[in-house]
Design a protein around this ligand. Sequence first.
Ligand code: FE2
Ligand code: FE2
Length: 312
Amino acid sequence: MHIINLKEAVAVGKADSGLIYVNSEPQIRPGRKDYILGDLMFKGQIVQFRSWESDVLEILREHGKGIYKAETLGQEYKNFKYLNIRSIDLYSDDAVTKEDFQDRVPTSELENNWSTVLCQLQERGLSDICRQLIDDILNDPELEGRFFTEGAAVKHHDNQIGGLWNHSSKMLRILVALLDNNKELLDSVDLMTFSIVVHDLGKVFEYDALSMSEHWYANHRVRGIEFLVKYRDRIIETYSEEFYRQVQAVIAGHHGEYGDRPTTVAAVIIHYIDSLESQATELLREQEAAPQSKFINPGFGYLESIMPDKNF
Ligand SMILES: [Fe+2]
Ligand SMILES: [Fe+2]
């Protein structure tokens, strides 16, 4: 059965029918007539749906996240495009699964990038002890291998299988460039590398296969710090209490002005690396998803797409 391509289906006035994946718990909003709204996902694209049909509302309220057969209509309200669900039915077959709606970074690409960047860091002084610590933590049974499969976000940058690993790997590449530009950072290569690897590790608990987990509200900074307590004695014995506290400060402060105020230089630098990586990736994702070359960015308003050199 045909999966609805959200990018095409959201065009105003376009009617489509096929399979959809509801990626968040739908919410009911009061209005002249109560309506239900939530998010649909298809290959990294997230599009909001709304419906005013009472049977759609009932079915979604009862069954929540999952795959459905639906009839949709692209609509717009104050420049905001969404899909109106006209009718819906449960999808009970198993030919199409959740994975068919999710995007993924190829595993071979992730593995190559990861081993390459760690070698580059070792050339710049990353210790074998740190490399071993990273491997042991990421393969801790409690994580069930999900550092390697979870998304870096649900709606934004790298919201795909392998996205968290990809995001962390890309940040390490930026760190390599910084180590070459600012030699005084070389003395802290273990701290910087280790802190980047664990800065978003708590997303394994905040998210659940590219959607919010049951306990999402205790955010990934809190959960990351909590998880790392398990390794506290080993980190303090290997390095010092100072090192451990510095790592905690990075996890707590890496959102900069959008979270707890950073309290260390490492936390601020990693906040900048994190913002550069995630925002550049997000901008290119928004550009890719935009039906026209001009699109609205939440931070800066209207932006014109970047032009490939061959078009000049
Ligand atoms: Fe984060
Ligand atoms: Fe991050």
